[in-house]
Ligand binder design. Structure first.
Ligand SMILES: *[C@@H]1O[C@H](CO)[C@@H](O)[C@H](O)[C@H]1NC(C)=O
Ligand SMILES: *[C@@H]1O[C@H](CO)[C@@H](O)[C@H](O)[C@H]1NC(C)=O
Ligand SMILES: *[C@@H]1O[C@H](CO)[C@@H](O)[C@H](O)[C@H]1NC(C)=O
Ligand SMILES: *[C@@H]1O[C@H](CO)[C@@H](O)[C@H](O)[C@H]1NC(C)=O
Ligand SMILES: *[C@@H]1O[C@H](CO)[C@@H](O)[C@H](O)[C@H]1NC(C)=O
Length: 590
């Protein structure tokens, strides 16, 4: 029997812990049996290697990879983009930019003039003219971050107007019929002109003197939001036919689609509300988004994150650019793995949407916090936000409720720091106070003293994610939101993916941490012995995620992405866009 003491509760962390920390957790006693997560981890390694095998370095190779994947010539300025990327040692894999083409694809069917004019009509714009950002900084935190980002590359940019979304929530949701007709028209028209016919430079548009010929974009504030966004789902997906759930006072009891024995095996699908109508009643941002202002026609709107059926154009989030914020941890990564404590730490406010006495039991953050609360699991009155599956039916989360709650007690330090409920009503959080106790905030770099860091959506994406990836702890990520970096990150290699119902939460933790032996427990002098854990696998994912984030999620990488995005965006705003491109490599060949 091999036993390795891997965790000594660090005094650093003790200061902040909300629940008592066992003096020691011993992981890795006994030889672990074969587990489905072993297979998922093995496949993730293959996925990463096949991604890396597509890396290009020279300008010519990058241009060929572009033509092959996009079916067009690269945009004017591609050479400038490439030398910028190379000067910053960016890892170039064409797939890393897929998001840009998914987002901009349908715009190729919208008249260019309409796109530029709508961009001019929207507030909160960044205006670039003569290679300078004209928009002035002010006290608008988000806009200022993005201005700063664009300024770093302004000398390489053509004139453009960049309308930005200042809300947490996405802003554009066009019907599936419209989007698929745009996409089909664009795909049919896509071509690669003979090189000598290609126009190599952006036209010098006098955007500001153009007479506006289009109506100002309008935004709907209608609820329920679900009815608006499910129209964006493919008609053969289940969601368009499922209307908004009427009874929101039931705890969530989710099935487990797109999994391999209960664990996420296709991350893209696991995040897609079109494929899982039950998410309409188990994620706050779909149940009752805090702000709702949605365009149902295709307009250019740049956002930090969106649902699969939204049509916003994504750019790196302002929260990832900030160098001073709760989420910016600079170069601090927490102690080395062997000095970390075996714990699950999470802090945050009860956001996620407008939660009320009627709907809060369906909210994702409320569910997550209760799942990690041993007293709630043990309580005679059933937990409010979830059904515990009968323990015999879950192969990978063994044991009865009492043992489960002891186990949670030993590893969990999860709490809200503030209850935030429907705004405007007196005693507004009375519905939540019996079930949640707030705790002190734990600064991000103190959280890194724990090995496991779940990352849960708020009203929009979670701004902690980049810091978690850059830490030397393991991010356990559940989200419904798409972000700029999605195609760079491989689930089970750089982070641990989790379903949005969180039904796999215990199974994931049981795999990594193990399960406590029969006679050991918190009562046993504070020493807890865990059997069958996979501490080494956890350490590897933590380190792989960190090293990768330092290679492909740096500020430089955000700029490389942004520059590519803006060159493409500008091309699609040009009347002559179909015959415009970068073809110097082909002309040289003759
Ligand atoms: C792993 O990859 C193989 C080969 O692509 C595939 O057949 C298998 O289903 C995958 N296993 C899992 C658990 O995803
Ligand atoms: C949704 O409803 C339409 C119209 O009734 C039907 O044609 C379609 O097959 C349904 N889709 C699914 C996935 O059930
Ligand atoms: C909603 O569900 C709850 C819990 O299952 C039940 O008690 C209640 O009667 C239901 N309400 C309606 C209107 O169906
Ligand atoms: C995951 O699902 C998406 C969408 O259905 C599909 O395109 C993709 O190939 C799948 N990925 C894997 C690794 O199976
Ligand atoms: C855990 O659950 C119990 C019972 O519902 C509740 O009284 C307590 O406040 C909860 N603790 C936290 C940290 O939310």
């Amino acid at each position: 029997m091999v036993s390795c003491v891997v965790s000594v509760a660090s005094s650093l962390y003790h200061l902040w812990a909300h629940t008592p920390v066992p003096s020691k957790i011993v992981v890795g006693v006994g030889s672990p049996r074969h587990h489905p997560i072993d297979d998922l981890i093995a496949n993730a390694t293959t996925t990463l290697h096949s991604l890396l095998s597509k890396q290009t370095t020279t300008l010519t190779d990058s241009a060929s990879a572009y033509r092959e994947r996009r079916g067009r010539h690269p945009p004017p300025g591609f050479d400038v983009w490439h030398s910028f990327a190379s000067a910053h040692d960016a890892v170039l894999v064409e797939d890393f930019f897929d998001r840009i083409y998914d987002d901009l694809g349908p715009f190729w069917s919208v008249p260019a003039k309409q796109i530029r004019q709508q961009a001019r009509q929207l507030p909160n714009r960044i205006v670039v003219r003569n290679r300078k950002v004209r928009t002035r900084k002010g006290d608008r935190k988000r806009l200022d971050q993005w201005i700063d980002m664009v300024q770093k590359i302004q000398d390489k940019l053509p004139d453009l107007d960049l309308p930005l979304n200042m809300l947490d929530e996405p802003r554009v949701a066009v019907s599936w019929e419209d989007i698929s007709s745009y996409t089909e028209t664009a795909a049919a028209a896509r071509q690669q002109q003979p090189a000598h016919e290609v126009v190599k430079d952006f036209a010098s548009l006098d955007i500001d003197s153009e007479t506006i010929e289009h109506d100002e974009p309008t935004f709907s504030h209608e609820s329920p939001y679900w009815d608006l966004v499910r129209a964006g789902c493919a008609r053969d997906a289940p969601s368009p036919n499922i209307s908004v759930p009427t009874n929101l006072s039931r705890p969530v009891n989710s099935p487990t689609p797109f999994t391999y024995e209960g664990f996420v095996s296709n991350w893209t699908r696991a995040k897609d509300p079109c494929l899982q109508p039950e998410l309409a009643s188990s994620h706050g941002a779909l149940i009752a988004p805090l702000s709702q202002s949605t365009s149902q026609t295709l307009i250019p709107m740049f956002s930090s994150s969106k649902f699969s059926m939204n049509n916003d154009i994504l750019l790196p989030a302002f929260a990832y650019w900030q160098s001073k914020s709760d989420y910016a941890t600079g170069n601090s990564h927490g102690p080395t793995w062997d000095k970390k404590i075996t714990r699950v730490v999470w802090r945050g406010i009860s956001s996620g949407g407008g939660n009320t006495p009627e709907n809060w039991r369906q909210f994702h953050r409320h569910r997550f916090v209760e799942l990690m609360n041993a007293s709630a699991v043990r309580s005679v009155s059933a937990p409010q936000t979830f059904h515990l599956p009968p323990y015999r039916s879950r192969v990978y989360t063994p044991h009865n409720h009492f043992e489960l709650s002891r186990w949670i007690d030993a590893i969990s330090d999860v709490a809200f720091t503030e209850l935030q409920c429907t705004i405007g009503s007196e005693n507004e959080c009375a519905h939540a106070t019996p079930y949640y106790k707030t705790a002190k905030k734990v600064p991000m770099n103190k959280q890194f003293a724990a090995k496991y860091l779940p990352d849960i959506d708020g009203n929009g994406f979670s701004g902690r994610y980049l810091a978690f990836l850059r830490s030397t702890s393991v991010p356990i990520k559940a989200t419904l939101f798409a972000e700029w970096h999605d195609s760079r990150l491989v689930p089970w290699y750089h982070f641990v993916p989790m379903q949005n119902s969180f039904v796999d939460l215990y199974g994931i933790l049981a795999y990594f941490v193990g399960w406590m032996g029969k006679d050991d427990g918190v009562d046993n002098g504070g020493v807890v012995i865990m059997e069958g854990g996979h501490d080494e696998q956890a350490r590897r994912i933590a380190m792989q995620g960190k090293q990768w984030a330092e290679k492909v999620l740096r500020r430089e990488d955000m700029l490389v992405y942004l520059l590519r995005l803006l060159l493409e965006y500008r091309r699609v705003c040009e009347d002559g866009r179909d015959v415009m491109g970068w073809v110097d490599d082909l002309l040289e060949k003759g």
